[in-house]
Design a protein around this ligand. Structure first.
Ligand SMILES: [Zn+2]
Length: 181
């Protein structure tokens, strides 16, 4: 039997005639597995799960397998979308405003939307695919401006402002989104 748990996702309950107590393990599919004595009712099994949450969290290597799988899948989908979009959008703006970068790298860092290295590599976070286009464009224009100014000086912001006059608003709005996936 499988029960759906808010925290652990799908939990497999095995009623085992040989089992005297309740045992928790992780199944090969990555789901939480609970082995209980044969005559344990579903109600009791759920109650046991509830009263052992802390122990399960601490002892089992995979804490929320379903959520982890969902996240991995989401990352894959986002990477695919990003590959088909971000390098071209970057190229588009670079050509439009006459910037020269060496290459575009896609990342999934948790803390930043983009970066520009001294060897002119521009990194863009694949999480940009989930923010509104106008903010995505702002990040690209921001990183392109770093090709000429490797700091956040007045001159840097003046250059960003040339291509995105609402950059201050966009910088603020971006804070409502999380670059991590
Ligand atoms: Zn910057």
């Amino acid at each position: 039997m499988i029960i759906n748990d808010k925290e652990f996702g799908e939990v497999i309950i095995r009623k085992n005639p040989l089992s005297r107590g309740v045992k928790f393990s992780v199944s090969t599919s990555g789901r939480l597995q609970m082995s209980v004595p044969k005559y344990t009712s579903d109600f009791l099994a759920k109650r046991f799960l509830n009263s052992n949450r802390n122990a399960i969290r601490e002892q089992l290597p995979i804490k929320n397998p379903n959520e982890q799988r969902a996240r991995d899948y989401q990352k894959k989908v986002m990477m695919k979308k990003a590959k088909e979009y971000l390098p071209y959008r970057l190229e588009y703006f670079a050509n439009l405003y006459g910037y020269k970068y060496s290459k575009c790298r896609l990342t999934h860092a948790n803390t930043r939307w983009g970066s520009c290295s001294s060897n002119k590599t521009i990194s863009l976070n694949i999480g940009l695919m989930k923010v509104p286009e106008i903010l995505r464009d702002y990040v690209i224009l921001h990183e392109l401006a770093h090709l000429n100014h490797m700091d956040h000086s007045k001159a840097f912001w003046a250059e960003v402002g040339l291509h995105d006059k609402n950059y201050k608003i966009h910088e603020k709005k971006l804070k409502y989104f999380n670059p991590g996936i």
